[in-house]
Design a protein. Structure first.
Length: 336
């Protein structure tokens, strides 16, 4: 009779099995364990902002984060991870665990970039879960007072009379201001070439000095200069702008129909973050946004609180990106 000899490979696998199982057990919690919504949070929370400190997203998130920390009695960290027009910080967040410790605060430029740039290393609907909207902010078309325009119709007539078209400025390719300005030219039917600047102040300055015909800018960059008589505001991107600049019509009210584009600010979580956790965060953000000092600060920024829950925000996000992609393709907006 031949004596059975144990297979050396089988012995090696069996010997390593406890270590393999242990490694799997150690790796699993990031995906398998979800915090208890009733006691959440019991640990520090990090909000990644993929834009520079001092910008609208950063300011609004820090306002909300301060009140979240006070309400939750935990550290709430705002982490600016800047680069590639918001892609660096967004990609970083997409790779974090979905255990309720990490979130992403963005502006509408995040949605524009996702709509126009097929090379971004994430897909919003697959790599992120919505948490909620925080605020919306209308933008304003600014022009030099030297033109003597009284209405948007005056600007359109002037632009159509230029054989080579006109120049408009924005804070950069794929910025929300770029979308506002390009959509206006497209829908109004005049030829226009985009001049990309490093930021909104530079674009506004070149509109003020008439080196470009117009630019779009948020309230803090436009309204003070208009009130000082240094530039003129012709229209706003939505009727909400009249709250901050009474008497200024929206694009539609001024005769350019088919586009309404507030800037917006919202929060995402890594894909798979439990809905009860996201709902709890959204509810806490809504309470913070309702506080008088927060509302007053938002008003000074030309923004209004518009809190929403995860499901509504995901629906909005999906529809915004789809509509922006369709419009960008019609206009011809492409990433650099």
């Amino acid at each position: 009779m031949t004596k059975h000899r144990p297979d050396p490979l089988r012995r090696t696998v069996l010997a390593r099995a406890p270590a393999i199982l242990l490694a799997a057990a150690l790796a699993a919690p990031a995906l398998a364990q979800s915090p208890d919504p009733a006691t959440y949070p019991t640990h520090p929370i990090r909000f990644v902002v993929p834009f520079a400190a001092g910008g609208g997203t950063d300011v609004i998130m820090r306002l909300v984060a301060r009140h979240l920390a006070e309400a939750w009695k935990v550290n709430v960290i705002v982490d600016n991870r800047v680069g590639a027009g918001g892609v660096v910080g967004s990609q970083y967040l997409s790779r974090q665990s979905n255990d309720g410790r990490h979130f992403l605060a963005v502006a509408s430029a995040f949605g524009v970039r996702a709509a126009i740039d097929p090379t971004v290393p994430y897909e919003v609907s697959k790599d992120f879960s919505g948490v909620g909207m925080m605020a919306r902010s209308p933008s304003f078309m600014v022009v030099s007072t030297s033109h003597g325009f009284r209405t948007l119709a005056d600007l359109i007539a002037y632009a159509k009379a230029q054989p080579k078209g006109i120049l408009y400025g924005s804070a950069g390719v794929g910025s929300t201001a770029h979308l506002h300005a390009a959509a206006t030219a497209h829908l109004a039917g005049f030829r226009a070439e985009h001049v990309a600047f490093r930021g909104t102040p530079e674009a506004v300055n070149d509109a003020l000095t008439a080196r470009v015909l117009y630019a779009f800018a948020p309230g803090p960059n436009a309204i003070p200069l208009a009130k000082q008589g240094k530039l003129q505001i012709l229209v706003t991107t939505s009727p909400a702008g009249a709250r901050f600049m009474p008497g200024v019509p929206s694009l539609a009210e001024a005769g350019v129909k088919g586009y309404e584009g507030d800037d917006w600010f919202g929060v995402y979580a890594p894909a798979g973050t439990a809905l009860p956790i996201r709902e709890r965060v959204a509810a806490a953000m809504a309470r913070a946004l309702a506080l008088p000092d927060v509302r007053e600060r938002l008003d000074s920024l030309g923004a209004g609180p518009t809190p929403s829950g995860p499901v509504a925000f995901e629906t909005f996000s999906r529809e915004y990106i789809a509509a922006t992609r369709k419009l960008a393709q019609a206009i011809g907006i492409k990433p650099e």
